[in-house]
Design a binder for this molecule. Structure first.
Ligand code: HPA
Length: 267
């Protein structure tokens, strides 16, 4: 199975996948429940990042187990959704953004598979943190289904689970970032270490604190996700339909940890 969807906040079911069944995957980092189904005759994995019913907060998601489980299943391309707050007044709730860069403001997460010793040490290049090819499939898919998307965007990942302060939001905006959320790091980082292509589809659910005229609530985030769920599914699956079987990434994602030589994979 080459393709996986990681569903973030508000995306808890595998959508249009058929013949869905649960698969339990054991990894060195813990067990993971993945749902596997078919789309246009191909097997696709679906993983709910926060577990069913949003039971796991962003700072406690077992990112290493999740990515390792997909890696063990043979996944090469990950499409991940993320609810985000907007840092820019002209980027509005209900807009989609295809992420192409991030700023890491997390500080207590396990962010690597390579902890030294037998696992080795590797310093992976993040000049292109998100896969440009998968982003292009999403852009083409957006055109196909008639959906406006911001074609690029910089994501600030905070530790959470609290929302940001207005001063933090002013700072992040002054850095040129566009959106803020709590889950892309270390997910996108680990995917690259595991030499998988990763695309981040951000759905703006609110203006960030201090820009928003009202105080933020999780209920507001969920409501906007729900309103836009159908559009998100259409975009996702139109993009998945464009990924050629057996594709090898021309952007080098599949060799991102090549410093490890022939191993080139997490231990
Ligand atoms: N901040 C952080 N994470 C979020 C937000 C936000 O404003 N909205 C949705 N996820």
């Amino acid at each position: 199975m080459e393709i996986a969807v990681i569903g973030g906040t508000g995306v808890y079911d595998p959508g249009v996948l058929q013949d869905v069944h649960a698969v339990a995957v054991s990894t060195p980092y813990g067990d993971v429940q993945v749902q596997v189904g078919t789309f246009q005759g191909r097997e696709v994995a679906f993983l709910a990042r926060h577990g069913a019913g949003h039971a796991v907060p962003p700072h406690r998601v077992n990112y290493r187990a999740n990515i390792y489980a997909l890696y063990q299943l043979g996944v090469k391309s990950i499409f991940a959704t993320a609810a985000v707050g907007s840092l820019q007044p002209e980027w509005k709730p209900g807009d989609f953004c295809l992420l192409d860069d991030f700023i890491d403001m997390t500080h207590r997460r396990d962010s690597t598979f390579f902890e030294g010793g037998d696992a080795g040490v590797v310093h992976v290049d993040y000049t292109e943190p998100y896969c440009g090819e998968l982003r292009q499939y999403l852009l083409d898919a957006a055109r196909e289904v008639g959906l406006f998307v911001h074609p690029t965007g910089t994501y600030v990942c905070t530790e959470g689970p609290r929302y940001e302060t207005p001063a933090e939001v002013r700072l992040f905006a002054s850095w040129g970032a566009h959106v803020v959320g709590m889950t892309q790091v270390p997910e996108v980082v680990l995917a690259r270490e595991a030499q998988m292509c990763y695309a981040g589809i951000a759905m703006i659910t609110n203006f960030a604190a201090g820009i928003s005229p009202t105080k933020l609530t999780h209920a507001e985030v969920l409501a906007v996700m729900e309103e836009n769920a159908t559009k998100l599914q259409r975009l996702l699956f139109a993009a998945i339909g464009r990924v050629p079987p057996g594709r090898h990434c021309a952007r080098g994602c599949h060799e991102a940890a090549r410093e490890l030589g022939s191993l080139g994979r997490p231990s």
